[in-house]
Design a protein around this ligand. Structure first.
Ligand SMILES: *Cc1c(COP(=O)(O)O)cnc(C)c1O
Length: 330
């Protein structure tokens, strides 16, 4: 097998660094979710993570690994939101500063939260400007270390600690479903699965409108697409990364897609039955199980619930359409 960007030892080292910093988030179960799917589902709830998503894991690990001089100079990141908040918080925790390049139309709650953690926000137009070029220019001009949202071995190692905890706390799984944007979370989780539960099939889930990952896995090379139109704003990536793709190609069984309507159904289920707020991107993996995009019946299935950052008003608007805001019983 070719040399991959990260090993399980990197994930173990990241987990030590994150101890006392990131929450060990709960693994929830639900009798009604099990009854609906005929499976035993274990929800790893990163919507309860600090800054509201798993992204703190990778961000903190990557900044902690910078040498002292670079770390003091500060970091820059480009992100549709959750990576931005994570970088801003991680930088503050590690005593350095963060500049965040963020799309002008990013959810208001995400820009405000980033500023709240002490990050400096630089806005750009996601349809006409190149965020990577802006990020690189800021890095050069101000001597900042660029921390990408997914295509970075230390970021991937940090994200992999999510699955490490899930395997440890659920006591073994046959299937692991993971939301997929650029693939940092999926690649990290796949490496953890290979080490801790080699028989477990790992499956990525992405929005139907942005199925570049599925096409890449089938084509055997990275497929680029235009910015997809989906409510899963954390998975609007245009392509997998040079580090994430080889890991996904070698260790991930399949990539499936779900529609925006299926995401909203899953968000409503989480609110109505588990009483938790999950953002659209965070509901990708659960939606694949609920909509039977993957056969789960009779299996022990890990579901990564990756984040919960959604404006309450926006959440209410989405859920209203399903008519499932108030289930008769739970
Ligand atoms: C970033 C993000 C993802 C996708 O992660 P990648 O590492 O880019 O694949 C999924 N869910 C949420 C909530 C995110 O913020």
């Amino acid at each position: 097998m070719s040399e991959l960007a990260l090993s399980f030892a990197d994930i173990e080292a990241a987990h030590m660094r994150l101890s006392g910093v990131a929450h060990r988030t709960p693994v929830l179960t639900s009798a009604s979710a099990d009854a609906m799917t005929g499976a035993r589902l274990f929800f790893k709830c990163e919507n309860f993570q600090r800054a509201g998503a798993f992204k703190l894991r990778g961000a903190y690990n990557a900044i902690a690994r910078l040498d002292a001089d670079r770390r003091t100079a500060g970091v820059v990141a480009f992100s549709s939101g959750n990576h931005a908040q994570a970088i801003a918080l991680a930088a503050r925790l590690l005593g350095t500063r963060a500049v965040i390049v963020m799309p002008r139309d990013a959810p208001q709650i995400k820009a405000a939260a980033t500023r709240g953690y002490g990050g400096e926000v630089v806005l750009y137009d996601r349809y006409s400007e190149d965020r990577e070029a802006i990020g690189r220019r800021l890095a050069e001009e101000r001597g900042l270390a660029l921390i990408p949202p997914y295509d970075h071995p230390e970021v991937m190692a940090g994200q992999g600690t999510t699955a490490k905890e899930l395997f440890e706390d659920s006591g073994g799984l046959e299937l692991l479903l993971v939301p997929l944007g650029g693939g940092g979370l999926l690649a990290g989780c796949a490496v953890a699965a290979q080490a801790l539960c080699p028989g477990c099939a790992v499956i990525g889930v992405e929005p139907q409108a942005g199925n570049d990952g599925q096409r890449s896995l089938r084509a055997g090379h990275i497929v680029h697409i235009d910015t997809p139109d989906t409510i899963a704003d954390g998975a609007q990536t245009q392509h997998l990364g040079q580090f994430t793709f080889p890991v996904i190609r070698d260790l991930v069984r399949d990539i499936v897609t779900v529609s925006d309507a299926e995401l909203i159904e899953a968000m409503a289920f989480f609110a109505g039955r588990l009483k938790i707020i999950v953002e659209a991107t965070g509901a990708l993996a659960a939606a694949a199980a609920f909509a039977a995009r993957v056969p789960v019946r009779g299996k022990r299935v890990g579901i990564v619930v990756s984040g919960g950052n959604v404006d309450p008003a926006r959440f209410a608007e989405l859920i209203q359409r399903t008519g499932r805001a108030a289930p008769a019983q739970s």
